[in-house]
Design a protein around this ligand. Sequence first.
Ligand code: HEC
Length: 301
Amino acid sequence: MKQVYSILRVVGLVALAIILAEISIENSDKNAFEAYPFLWLILGVVLLSAIAIEISVGALYSVLYKSLKPEAREQFDLLEQSKKEAKLEWWRKAYKKLLDKKPVENESEIILDHDYDGIRELDNNLPPWWLYGFYASIIFAFIYMFKYHVFGGTTQKEEYLIEVADAEREIAEYKKNAKGLLTINTVELLTEEVDLATGKSIFLSNCIACHKADGGGGIGPNLTDQYWILGGGIKNVFNTITEGGRPGKGMISWKSDLKPEEIAQVSSYVLSLNGTTPTDPKEPEGELYEAAIEAGEIETK
Ligand code: HEC
């Protein structure tokens, strides 16, 4: 029994340490131990010291007990025994109080004169544990009503909407910082100066051998007109550069050389060349891409 108590005390202490850490360290989306891994170390120290204390106290106790004279030991045992009984008695009383049940021998005092074919009814008091729970729920109901229906606390629906708005903000933030997630479905035309400048430098170092520095075309088609072999608009251009052109034409897939983000940047740069006038333009190839004109991705001049 003693060992069980020791173990319970150690577990309780560790649990208390965890709860304290959680309460005292404010962090909304991670628990304290994820946010501050060194807390594990502290927890380990708490655990080890608790075990050490339990062991030393236990050892001290048994040494003292063994050093007692036989008569003293007997007296000590008696004392312990009566302490234990007093404790048990306390629990027994508390249990009885909470039930407030008439003992069987006194049942005649509370029997009602209802008699249903020999089945009779006792008029026991409501068990106090139940009754207090009932009162507590009434008090709770008032507090709840005033808080949410009189003083206008945030209702569940509002809480939900706030959380959704927060989550949407986080998703937008995430998408903004994780351009590596870009696919043909999520790519959008970039218009920021930095993106276009990076796109230009990618274009100049990889593409001009076939498309010329001004996009006028050579081995590859003219990129400045509104005629596209493989489709215009950011999604098609992104796809062409990612996956390459038709087999054997010379336009390779760039996905192993360029990151999705870089492909989006160079695609946007290519589209920004649209409508410019190169020095020695190649004849238009492919078809007029009207969807992009409508979407405003290509300027018509
Ligand atoms: C080895 C030469 C070569 C290089 C280098 C090259 N391309 Fe191409 N590109 C081509 C050819 C050839 C085509 C036509 C493909 C076809 O007809 O299927 C083409 C097609 C394209 C198209 C589609 C044009 C249309 O009309 O649909 C785009 C956009 C494009 N290239 C962009 C780029 C970009 C951006 C780079 C640099 C990252 C690049 N290319 C590098 C040869 C090249």
